[in-house]
Design a protein around this ligand. Structure first.
Ligand code: AHG
Ligand code: MN
Ligand code: MN
Length: 329
């Protein structure tokens, strides 16, 4: 029985069962990717726990202060970063990590073949106000030989080379959504059993939606094409929805249909969002769900990366909406 059939018959299928089933379709697979998912899943549960206690900040101490145990309190994005790195390091199947929270490549097991790019906590300005936040990750196969030192070329690969991509959303429920290039599947964390269970098999985004998501506070700095598109959205009485957590804005638009943009502005000529651990993974997910992701000039996943923390303007979501906006640029 396929996972989708099991879901239809209300049979619970956990993320680990689902991954094991997927892996069986590739008898030559080493299983290392499944182990990467095991480590990501574990770290996601730790971050979920920590995010849930974020409201206890008065008891635990403000960021940068000293808590009642006399320990200095770290920012949640630093904690999430450590949790993901520690889990992937302990698992031993990751050779290097690029993280929003690290200036340089973090070298792990050189005998492993996978590189991870991640934004351990996305939307961190929303932590203090109890709105949804997330983790974004992407997995690449290194290009240099296993056993040698990891190189920059292993880490700076185009998005089209991603082996897997996904995010965790810590929202009204916690979900892990991922793709390995075979469609997108979503799993909801059932805290009573401590496991992610398949809740959204084969996610597809509508070709057309009614939502546009952009930080309109930057409107005056946008190029005319964006201004005209936004005016048209208003004339058509579309809904403006923007939380300021890319994961949450993306997740909503993927399910309901919509367009998400972070264009270039006068002060940020390449936009704000990062290619390696924000735009590429989301681009792979949106394409796998039937949507599109572009800089306005180029498919996101074909952008040649030159720096770990490079930024790119991004337009992504429902395919007809993306096409329409690009035609106006
Ligand atoms: P992060 O918290 O990882 O720094 O990312 C925040 C990002 C992204 O989640 C969101 O879409 C965008 O910043 C919001 O930026 P503005 O506040 O400029 O709209
Ligand atoms: Mn982010
Ligand atoms: Mn972040």
């Amino acid at each position: 029985m396929t996972a989708t059939e099991m879901k239809k018959r209300n049979k619970v299928i956990t993320l680990s069962q689902f991954i094991a089933e997927e892996q069986q379709k590739f008898p030559e697979a080493s299983g290392d990717l499944s182990k990467i998912f095991r480590d990501i899943k574990f770290a996601a549960k730790l971050v979920n726990r920590d995010v849930n206690k974020a409201g206890l900040v008065d008891i635990l101490g403000e960021h940068g202060s000293t808590n009642i145990q006399g320990e200095s309190v770290k920012k949640l994005d630093v904690i999430a970063n450590e949790e993901f790195i520690n889990s992937l390091a302990a698992g031993g199947d990751c050779c290097a990590i690029i993280s929003e929270e690290e200036d340089y490549i973090r070298h792990l097991n050189k005998d492993a073949k996978y590189v991870i790019a991640m934004d351990p906590l996305d939307g961190s300005s929303n932590i203090d106000v109890n709105a949804a936040i997330g983790t974004i990750f992407s997995v690449y196969r290194r290009v240099s030989e296993v056993g040698s030192e990891v190189t920059e070329a292993d880490c700076l690969q185009k998005g089209v080379n991603q082996v897997a991509a996904g995010y965790v959303i810590y929202g009204s429920s916690t979900m892990l959504v991922y793709t390995t290039g075979n469609g997108v599947n979503g799993f909801t964390l059932d805290i009573s059993i401590g496991d992610f269970c398949l809740s959204h098999p084969q996610m597809k985004t509508p070709d057309l939606g009614k939502i546009y998501s952009v930080n309109e506070g930057n409107y005056n700095q946008f190029a005319d094409g964006f201004k005209n598109y936004i005016k048209q959205c208003k004339e058509n009485s579309m809904s403006a929805r923007y939380i300021g957590s890319m994961v949450a804005d993306f997740h909503r638009n993927m399910i309901k249909g919509g367009i998400f943009m972070y264009p270039a502005t006068g002060s940020a000529p390449n936009g704000k969002l990062r290619l390696m651990y924000e735009c590429n993974p989301m681009a792979m997910l949106t394409e796998q769900a039937g949507g599109k992701a572009t800089t306005g000039n180029q498919r996101i996943m074909e952008v040649e990366p030159t720096e770990l923390h490079q930024r790119v303007p991004v337009i992504m979501g429902s395919s007809k909406m993306v096409d329409e906006l690009v035609s106006m640029l």
